[in-house]
Design a binder for this molecule. Sequence first.
Ligand SMILES: [Zn+2]
Length: 323
Amino acid sequence: MAKSKFKYNPDTVSYEKVDNSFVQKTKRLIPHFIGSLFFGIILVIVFFYFIDSPKEKELKREKQEILANYQVLNKELDEITGVLKDIQYRDDNIYRTIFEAEPISKDVRKAGFGGVDSYQSLRHLDQKEIVANTTQRFDIISKQLYIQSKSFDEVADLAKTKDQMIKRIPSILPIKSSQIKRIGPFGMRKHPIYGIWKLHEGTDLTARKGTEIHATGDGVIEKIKSSKRGYGNQIVINHGFGYKTRYAHLSKFLVKEGQKVKRGEIIGLVGNTGLSTGPHLHYEVRKNGRAIDPINFYFEDLTPAQYDEMIKQSTQPGGQSLD
Ligand SMILES: [Zn+2]
């Protein structure tokens, strides 16, 4: 049996029995309970929102590490892009130029992308964008590297044939310089017979009739033609690589059509046949059909001083061609 408790009440100046039943006890506890619950909820909210759990801290740390790694990666990509650009420049302006290959167009070099973003332009992007952009930069660089390696393959092939090319490209005077009396100009000039302005597609080397004419590069005799007009008796040598040379107004042929000749080999003698005003050799150099000033193709014969003198002579105002 539960003991009854009494509590003094000063208002009524008497002891009153305290109701100590379970219901009454519970009723008294409710405000405490609500207070605790409210305080607990506040704690949980503070805990979740403002204080990270160890697992969350770990994840955040990992995320920052990944981001830092991407930034390092992008800085390295900047460096690689710089090196690649340097290689591309050298390829177009040195290697491909030496071997007379067209430079690779900028559009092809870009590999179908509008250029490579640098790390600087990635700095303000969020995490997802940085990952996407980095991946794209890798794609671009790997495609550009593929194009570059293809270009080097081509240059390597050209280098293998370069040896042949050096032997074949015209590079000497067709007549010994000691036997040349005068050099007539290449280009626009008044025709010595018709008196009209006409392009002179070669140079006229004045020399005695019967002076020996030399092949200026290795090649094959492509044409031997006798005529009383125009070029007169002429020889055309095909050197390959797009180069041909013509020797006109000859008095005698010393080779046959289809014959292979070496640079320096005697192919004929100077004459005055065809449309000519005196014994001379009309000499032409053509690249892919287009006439080029032969003065650019005497480089093996002449010292720079002689070359300079020759340019002066051939560009003298009033310099007369003999056709
Ligand atoms: Zn001429």
